[in-house]
Ligand binder design. Structure first.
Ligand code: DLL
Length: 433
């Protein structure tokens, strides 16, 4: 099923010529209206008419988050505030938020892309979409909301939090689609169990989960616990919000990035060189339809690769492999690069533990240490100490085998690690304090 079959199945050549036309328009627009681009383009002699092939994208400068901070709040907007109908911002961990503005046409394209994404995920008109992404400056809530309305589904604007009520509403209103972060879906399942409600018996058939990295093993866990198809959705506020890319329900193997609106590239984050096709590296995105805040070669910091093989669903837009993490979440422990998702993939294959964990990094006597805290389930918890010790040893060994790093494993009492209603905080790095 398609939302916009013509565009979702455009042949490669047609898609590329559309991209080129839209790229030229975007370059002309930002050169005329955004001082950052005007200055850097004029220094390097870039003009829209010199962009005669998609290869010329490589001649354009990168944009980074710091550029957005330096131009806080509206300095990168390409239109006057009179044209802006919505403002969102991403929180970030330090300092001022990153601010983005949308024109009426931007909101319209975003709603279209989210409707497209919902259909790719197997949702349609007639579905009851329980939207537990946060409403507010975060793009998740309103982004999914507008897409659900565009689709013609019945959207329940729950936002995050108030988890017991969420369960009651899903049960009473007959929600068929759940949208929230993957970690929150497991928390909701836990609350349902505490309330004596079998979440598997609800009408949910699809969950559309994103906004944070999650592993294939976590997908397996969510699908088993909630009895639904778990679909990965990707996006970032700088580029749009949710709906930059999504998995199709037919393949559940990589996220189609909507290439009539965005041009993806993969670079080596160290050298900034574009990597050969299929290699894993940092995702860079150029927006080619945005009016409010078009961005040229935005460095997302997200690590993935582009899958160029045709997909069984018939969409021609290339796919991004599930994000393995952000380059700034990468932990370097005694020289070894580790992503939280790699540890997650080990933990979720071990029997006797709950899908809740946290990674604590310390420096002791000039040596980095990694402690993996993971909850055991009630049954394991009541086991003898010997059993718990051998479980901790097994996890330590499997992490060592996979990543070559020795860590401490601390099994903790069920329900003691902090739960999140939005993006989970997996890593606590005490070295930065
Ligand atoms: O998280 C937008 C969004 C909302 C996406 C709802 C999907 C669903 P930001 O708050 O700006 O926007 O955070 C963007 O979150 O650069 C990634 O690091 C991470 N992220 C988003 N989706 C995924 C995903 C929203 N499916 C940042 N897998 C991005 C892994 C993701 N990481």
């Amino acid at each position: 099923m398609f939302w916009n079959e013509e565009f979702e199945t455009l042949p490669k050549e047609a898609l590329e010529s559309l991209q080129l036309k839209r790229l030229q328009q975007t370059v002309a627009k930002v050169a005329a209206s955004v001082p950052l681009y005007r200055d850097s383009f004029s220094k390097s002699g870039i003009t829209a008419d010199k962009i005669t092939s998609l290869e010329h994208l490589r001649d354009l400068p990168f944009t980074v988050k710091q550029d957005m901070r330096d131009n806080y709040p509206y300095g990168l907007f390409a239109v006057s505030l009179e044209e802006i109908v919505r403002i969102h911002a991403s929180s970030g961990t330090t300092g001022k938020p990153t601010v983005v503005g949308y024109t009426r046409k931007d909101i319209d394209s975003w709603s279209e892309l989210m409707a497209r994404s919902f259909v790719a995920a197997g949702a349609h008109k007639g579905d009851v979409i329980h939207n537990a992404y946060g409403y507010g400056l975060f793009t998740g809530g309103l982004g999914a909301h507008y897409g659900a309305e565009r689709l013609g589904a019945s959207v329940i604007p729950m936002s995050g939090g108030n988890s017991k009520k969420q369960i009651m509403i899903m049960q009473d209103f007959g929600s068929t689609v759940l949208t929230c972060t993957p970690s929150y879906s497991l928390y909701l399942a836990e609350i349902a169990a505490e309330e004596g409600i079998d979440i598997r018996s609800l009408k949910l058939k699809v969950g559309i989960f994103g906004a944070e990295p999650w592993s294939e093993q976590m997908r397996g866990e969510i699908e088993a616990v909630l009895n639904l198809k778990a679909i990965d959705i990707y996006g970032l506020s700088e580029i749009l919000g949710p709906g930059v890319g999504i998995e199709c329900i037919e393949a559940q193997a990589g996220l189609h990035i909507w290439e009539d609106h965005f041009i993806p590239e993969i670079i080596d984050p160290e050298t900034c060189q574009v990597l050969p096709p299929g290699e894993r590296g940092e995702l860079v995105i150029t927006t080619i339809t945005k009016e409010g805040i078009p961005l040229i070669r935005y460095r997302t910091r997200d690590i993935t690769r582009i899958i160029d093989e045709p997909c069984i669903c018939g969409r021609t837009h290339r796919r991004l492999e599930r994000m393995s993490g952000r380059s700034d979440d990468m932990m370097i422990i005694r020289g070894v690069n580790i992503f939280p998702s790699q540890i997650e993939s080990v933990l979720f294959n071990v029997k006797g533990i709950e899908p809740h964990y946290q990674l604590i990094i310390n420096r002791e006597e000039n040596l980095d240490t990694l402690e993996v805290q993971v909850e055991v389930n009630e049954q394991t918890f009541s086991d003898e100490v010997k059993g718990l010790q051998s479980l901790a040893n097994q996890i330590r060994r499997e992490i060592k085998d996979l990543l070559g790093v020795t860590c401490k494993v601390r099994l903790v009492v069920p329900k003691t690690l902090a739960r999140s209603e939005g993006k989970a905080r997996r890593v606590i790095d005490n070295r930065q304090r």
